[in-house]
Write a protein that binds this ligand. Structure first.
Ligand SMILES: [Zn+2]
Length: 412
């Protein structure tokens, strides 16, 4: 099982699967098919039934039940094949640093790229382990090919060990997670799992069951444009109104730069400016839907107060829902997280839990009717040229998956 997960991982990371924003196709890039089709083939070779790749690129497969019990819930495991649009994923050269002893790892293709223990405290737990990095020129793609390799390795192990009792298991590999579209065409019905886990977390032992609730709000200020030479008493400059609005956002609180833990924020991040009309796009984040709505109402109120000081100006606001805190769903299905905790402990690790200051595909899936917490895959420094993963962590994840499916059988 050990050599196995690394071999798979090294095979997957050299395949460029970068996704891109604002694509007119799905998946957003044709290159993602290369890995999706390879996975389809590998799952068939392992002997899994019901391997299918659909027109959108989703690969689904089944590990058949080995238990006489008929009421064990169907459990799913999900990972995404694409890598971040922010960093090249072409010509990845993975390097395995055997028996890591805490030294600086200098990446040969760019000696400026040095993975240091002092900047990466989690490396302290990896002494004696084998660390995989890229070569300094690209990301590694452990996000989320570590998760892909772990799921395939677990599938292979379970197929070779039919004496391990478990219910029916479903597997899914998805495209375009990094551009927020991983679940766009995900057919929850056809997938057919009752609970699922994304294997896309960071540190060993980590379990994530809470995420942000997230919206984007666009506030458009309308002014009045006319020839600036003859504008006296007529022109209303929407750019200045928008600037006034932005300056009223609180300094030193409620922003990404000043919050952590369970604090939410509002974050202006895109501006489309002209004298006639200026749109400010803001991300709104909170851990509860009620808190999210409060922040949005407060922003609209602030925009209203701003235009009152600019005679002739007006505004409108539109809200786009992004995702919701998975906790709102998972709280009603406590077994999904409880068994994950127990499986992590049975694998000899301490459970680590913290709220995700972001979203996962599991957030959307949970609200689409498939409760889906996130379990660690061992990825670190994702989207970065200093991305790394430990081989022993990947092996642990395979253990966790096996223990988790046993638990579901045992407790049913
Ligand atoms: Zn990911």
């Amino acid at each position: 099982m050990a050599a196995n997960v690394l071999d798979k991982f090294l095979r997957y990371v050299v395949i460029d699967t970068q996704s891109v924003e604002d694509s007119s196709t799905y998946p957003s890039t044709a290159r993602q098919w290369d890995l999706l089709q390879l996975l389809e083939r590998e799952l068939r070779e392992i002997g899994l039934p019901e391997v299918r790749i659909d027109e959108y690129g989703y690969v689904f497969a089944t590990i058949p039940s080995t238990t006489p019990k008929t009421d064990v819930p169907v459990i799913g495991f999900i990972a995404h094949v694409d890598t971040s649009p922010e960093m090249s994923g072409a010509d990845v050269r993975p390097i395995v640093h055997r028996n890591y002893q805490g030294q600086d790892l200098v990446l040969p293709d760019d000696p400026q790229m040095v993975l240091r223990l002092s900047d990466n405290p989690w490396l302290a737990e990896q002494i004696g382990h084998d660390i995989v990095t890229a070569s300094g020129a690209t990301l590694l793609g452990a996000d989320n090919k570590a998760g892909v390799a772990e799921i395939v390795a677990a599938a292979e192990y379970l197929m070779a060990h039919p004496e391990i009792p478990h219910g029916t298991i479903r597997i899914a590999f998805t495209p375009d997670e990094e551009v927020g579209a991983g679940t766009k065409f995900f057919d929850v019905q056809r997938f057919g799992a009752t609970y699922a886990y994304t294997m896309d977390g960071e540190t060993r032992g980590e379990l994530e069951t809470e995420s942000f609730s997230a919206d984007a709000i666009t506030i458009t200020f309308r002014g009045f444009n006319t020839h600036p030479g003859y504008a006296k008493g007529k022109m209303v400059n929407a750019i200045k109104v928008a600037a006034d609005f932005i300056s009223r956002l609180p300094d030193g609180e409620l922003s990404p730069e000043t919050t952590d833990g369970y604090q939410g924020y509002v974050h202006p991040y895109v501006l489309h400016a002209s004298v006639d009309s200026t749109a400010v796009k803001l991300l709104v984040r909170d851990f509860s839907s009620a808190g999210l709505k409060e922040k949005e109402a407060w922003l609209e109120d602030l925009a209203g107060k701003t235009v009152q000081d600019w005679p002739g100006a007006s505004f409108d606001a539109s809200i786009e829902e992004s995702y919701r805190n998975m906790k709102e769903i998972l709280d009603a299905h406590p077994r999904a997280a409880d068994y994950a905790r127990e499986a992590i402990r049975r694998s000899g690790l301490t459970v680590r839990e913290r709220p995700i200051r972001g979203g996962t595909d599991g957030c959307r899936l949970s609200f689409m009717g498939l409760p889906t917490p996130n379990i660690f895959a061992g990825e670190h420094n994702f989207h970065s040229r200093l991305e790394w993963v430990s081989v022993q962590d990947m092996e642990k994840v395979v253990d966790v998956i096996v223990n988790l499916v046993r638990l579901w059988e045992e407790k049913t």
